[in-house]
Write a protein that binds this ligand. Structure first.
Ligand code: ATP
Ligand code: MG
Length: 325
């Protein structure tokens, strides 16, 4: 079924239940008989579908439920309620066919053996996933070349830089050619150059192989460069599902006008047109309502000696801060 969605999620819910430990001997004794629990709704009736080949980004503040959602979809966490199908499989049943078709990479957690070179961990994966010799060597060469770590595969993983380690993690996760790839903060803590390499790789890999990719990130650049579709999680619920462009339109009612003048224009003269974000005698940045951009621009051009004028979107970082505020 080529057109069936890769992922279908309905009312998926995860409530964590943890034991409350109180201080003091008496409370410890009491808790032997009567345990108190605290519950926390981490994912709350979430529903969405993801098409095959999509590259989708999940955004959300700390604790929004992103990792919990990915853990359920990759089958390492059992949900409290609702349903999910990934490639037609119920993830938490953990069937071997399912495991062979997906992969999960967590930025904060190592899946390669720390004391061994990555190449040895890869061989183990080859056995676990029963990857035929030829496919294995072909894929390993291709992936290592794309990620530029071919010369690092025989170095103990513990001696690799964070960036090199993440690249090896990606190779390890992709050798068995999964159809769905879950990436939880794949660029977390990497230096700028490695971040860009990983980003470029994810984009190219998705385009060339049609693998469905779901990634979470705190870095707006990841989302901006990679994802056409964005899910915003807010305290376990979906606050937004759509394109980045729509996200900007629905949250930002303003635009930025940047102007250079031939002669000095006073700040007070400009504040009639919008909020003056920056001011210098011959340069200013105004924030104006999105719906009035055209009329304000033409008034400014008529009334002031304008040399240059550009209209820009509000920076994406500030939009995200606003959403989570
Ligand atoms: N094992 C657990 N027991 C109890 N509560 C948990 C457990 N794991 C996570 N939580 C809580 O569930 C909520 C969601 O956690 P989750 O890790 O999914 O968030 P996240 O969006 O991935 O956050 P971050 O951006 O910090 O990675 C948080 O409030 C967290 O404290
Ligand atoms: Mg997380």
């Amino acid at each position: 079924m080529a057109n069936a969605p890769a992922i279908v999620v309905e009312n998926l819910t995860k409530i964590y239940r943890s034991h409350v430990k109180k201080e003091g001997l008496w409370n410890s004794l009491k808790s032997l008989i009567h345990r108190e629990y605290r519950t926390h709704v981490a994912v709350d009736h979430v529903s969405f579908q993801i098409a095959q080949g999509e590259l989708i980004g999940i955004l959300g503040a700390n604790g929004a439920g992103k990792t919990t959602l990915l853990k359920m979809l990759s089958g390492i966490l059992y949900p409290t309620g609702g349903s999910a199908q990934v490639l037609g499989y119920i993830p938490w049943e953990r069937s071997n066919e399912f495991k062979r078709r997906i992969s999960l990479v967590m930025g904060q957690r190592n899946q390669l053996w720390w004391d061994l070179p990555a190449a040895d961990s890869f061989l183990l994966n080859k056995e676990i996933y029963q990857i035929p010799d030829r496919d294995y060597h072909q894929r390993l060469t291709t992936l290592a070349t794309m990620l530029d770590v071919a010369h690092k595969l025989h170095v103990q993983v513990r001696r690799l830089s964070l960036g090199e380690r993440m690249k090896c993690e990606l190779i390890g996760a992709l050798l068995h050619n999964p159809r769905v790839l879950f990436l939880d903060e794949p660029t977390l803590g990497l230096d700028v150059v490695s971040q860009q390499t990983v980003r470029d790789f994810i984009k190219r890999y998705n385009r060339e192989t049609g693998t469905t990719i779901i990634l979470t990130s705190h870095y707006m650049e990841d989302i901006e460069q990679l994802c056409e579709r964005v899910l915003v999680l807010d305290q376990g619920t979906i606050a937004f599902d759509g394109s980045l462009e729509q996200l900007i339109h629905s949250y930002v009612q303003e635009k930025i006008i940047r102007i250079t003048f031939r002669t000095t224009v006073e700040r007070s003269e400009l504040s009639r047109y919008g909020i003056v974000e920056e001011w210098q005698p011959r340069q200013t940045v105004l924030r104006v309502p999105r719906s009035d951009v055209a009329s304000i621009t033409s008034q400014l051009l008529l009334e002031f000696p304008v040399i240059d004028l550009t209209v820009e979107e509000v920076p994406i970082e500030s939009i995200i801060r606003k959403i989570f505020a």
